[in-house]
Ligand binder design. Structure first.
Ligand SMILES: [Zn+2]
Length: 144
């Protein structure tokens, strides 16, 4: 009969787990081996749903060049400085959990790559692609 006290129930479950740990792990490994493809597909489907939520919120369009139907990267506007994950599914979860913070945007892989290069090249003294584009806008304005 299960214990009514939730703390004691947790303790019992933990004790039972440690007692049968090897069989449990063996069973899990066997299950994974037999169902690898469907488990991996399930993960891919879940990742895809997360990605679609991100696209739906930030707009499936590069914020700089306007490209659509391309692979997007999530850009930390102004660089990574708020302790958020750098990329990948962890970042997607972070965005969803934090109700899609405005300091992020979607960039196509090309714009994102150029932004990264500009940031990593100290001789330019630029904080990223936005600063470069701002300079270009000013230059274009002066030429007219
Ligand atoms: Zn772009």
């Amino acid at each position: 009969m299960p214990n009514k006290d939730p703390e004691k129930r947790k303790e019992q479950a933990l004790r039972s787990y440690h007692k049968h740990r090897d069989e449990i792990l063996k069973r899990r490994r066997k299950y994974y081996k037999e169902h690898t493809k469907e488990i991996q597909q399930k993960h891919r489907d879940k990742d895809n749903r997360l990605y679609q939520r991100i696209l739906a919120h930030y707009g499936a369009k590069c914020k700089l060049c306007g490209a659509t139907n391309v692979k997007f990267g999530i850009d930390h506007i102004g660089g990574i400085n708020n302790g958020s994950p750098k990329c990948g599914v962890k970042l997607w979860y972070y965005l969803i959990r934090n109700n899609f913070p405005p300091e992020f945007r979607l960039l196509c892989t090309r714009c994102n790559l150029v932004d990264g290069i500009i940031r990593s090249y100290p001789l330019l003294g630029l904080k990223g692609i936005d600063e470069l584009l701002e300079l270009k806008r000013r230059c274009d304005g002066e030429r007219k």
